[in-house]
Design a protein around this ligand. Structure first.
Ligand code: NAD
Ligand code: TDX
Length: 350
């Protein structure tokens, strides 16, 4: 297998590359095509980047020439490359449309011309929108409600269309919220863990009672490895962690793990259009023979321990990266100035 992994220098991609080099040994060659946006860090792969069966190409999935070069001789493709942060998408950033829709098109076109064994499009549970009760199955209608999830839904359906129209053997995965080592400190868990280590406030949106399902990143990586062989072309697979919780509960667990006081919690004005609850039915994947195994408490303990040990990894971002600091001011400056110790009004559901 010669595998093109896009976005392999980000959070999930780097965990996946480590997983597949481990599980398949000499049976796999990995090419990682990554643009190295703010969310990437070459240090994520420092322990594997000298291996003879690993190659890095610095390039953009919206660039047909870079994609042509990277896909040369590849049997399989896994597309992780994306703009991924909902809050940034709400700041009007066009790169979500560029990468998450047009980038997918460029990759699919190359795969169509060349012919590949499998093309895995990494989609997300957010494409389903929000659900008050029960869980989304792969048959549930799509109802993305923010620019990030709408872009991902575009990429998801475009990938499906290449199966339906041209027979490109596309497999689509929709995973729930990932957490674990190497996650950029803008998402809930790494932001709150690193803020709490420094006794900084934890800005919880709205009333803190939005629900997410938490999937340990190593379980996600193992699921993708499994689906490279077991996934049926044209099919969609939900990947869940089986760990649903309100954000306030996750926040309390983070604080307990770090032995920090709950007085660090600040309720701030809500994210616009904030999806209330995500919940996935992952029985289709279970029937194929895969289930996530990490209980939230043990995954969180490992994650917190990792951030404690790897201050060399996150402090340069939070303390020295001017773009990160500017983003933090834009996203949280006014919110923290008007924060309170009690729940705020949740964003209205439309
Ligand atoms: P991330 O933001 O940590 O990493 C994204 C990577 O993609 C970075 O290395 C970045 O440099 C690269 N990239 C961005 N634009 C690119 C472009 N135009 N060309 C080449 N490379 C580019 O993201 P992540 O959290 O690891 O997410 C990976 C994938 O998983 C995404 O497709 C995301 O939508 C999906 N997903 C994420 C989660 C989650 O909880 N993080 C859950 C479900 C699905
Ligand atoms: O400062 C914060 N305060 C807060 O209350 C942040 C960053 C988040 N939150 C809330 C919003 C969500 O309800 O925590 C929850 C999780 O937020 P994020 O970490 O931003 O993730 P989410 O918006 O749920 O999307 C994630 O899961 C699906 C990933 O970022 C996506 O890439 C993935 O597709």
């Amino acid at each position: 297998m010669k595998l093109l992994v896009t976005g392999g220098s980000g959070f999930i991609g780097s965990n996946f590359i480590r997983q597949i080099l481990e599980s398949r040994g000499d049976g796999v060659r990995v090419v990682n095509l990554d643009k190295l946006t703010y969310a990437a860090n070459p240090a994520n792969l420092a322990d594997v980047d000298q291996r003879p069966n690993y190659q890095f190409i610095h390039g953009d999935i919206t660039d047909p020439e870079a994609v042509r070069t990277a896909m040369e001789g590849c049997t399989d493709v896994v597309n992780f490359a994306a703009e991924t942060h909902v809050d940034r998408s709400l700041l009007g950033d066009a790169s979500f449309i560029e990468t998450d829709v047009r980038g997918v098109f460029v990759l699919l076109e190359e795969a169509r011309k060349r012919g590949v064994r499998r093309f895995i499009q990494i989609s997300t549970d957010e494409v389903y929108g929000t659900i008050a009760e029960g869980s989304f199955t792969e048959e549930s209608p799509l109802n993305p409600r923010n620019p990030y999830s709408a872009s991902k839904a575009g990429g998801d359906r475009l990938a499906y269309s290449y199966w339906a129209s041209y027979g490109v053997p596309v497999v689509i995965t929709r995973a729930s919220n990932n957490y674990g080592p190497y996650q950029y400190p803008e998402k809930l868990i790494p932001l709150f863990v690193t803020n709490a280590i420094d006794d900084q406030p934890l800005p919880l949106y709205g009333d803190g009672r939005n629900v997410r399902d938490w999937l340990y990143v190593r379980d996600h990586a193992a699921a993708i490895d499994f689906l490279l062989d077991a996934g049926e072309p044209g099919e969609v697979y939900n990947i869940a962690g089986g760990n649903e919780a309100e954000n306030i509960e996750i926040t309390r667990q983070v604080l307990r793990e770090l032995k920090k006081p709950e007085s660090l919690i600040r309720f701030v004005n809500d994210r616009p259009g904030h999806d209330r609850r995500y919940s996935l039915d992952a029985s289709k994947l279970a029937r194929l023979g895969f289930a996530s195994r990490t209980a939230f408490q043990s995954g969180l303990s490992e994650t917190v321990a990792w951030y404690r040990n790897r201050e060399d990894w996150w402090r340069p971002v939070k303390e020295k990266d001017a773009a990160y600091r500017e983003y933090y001011r834009t996203q949280y400056g006014d919110r923290l100035a008007t924060s309170s110790a009690t729940a705020k009004e949740p964003a209205g559901r439309r």
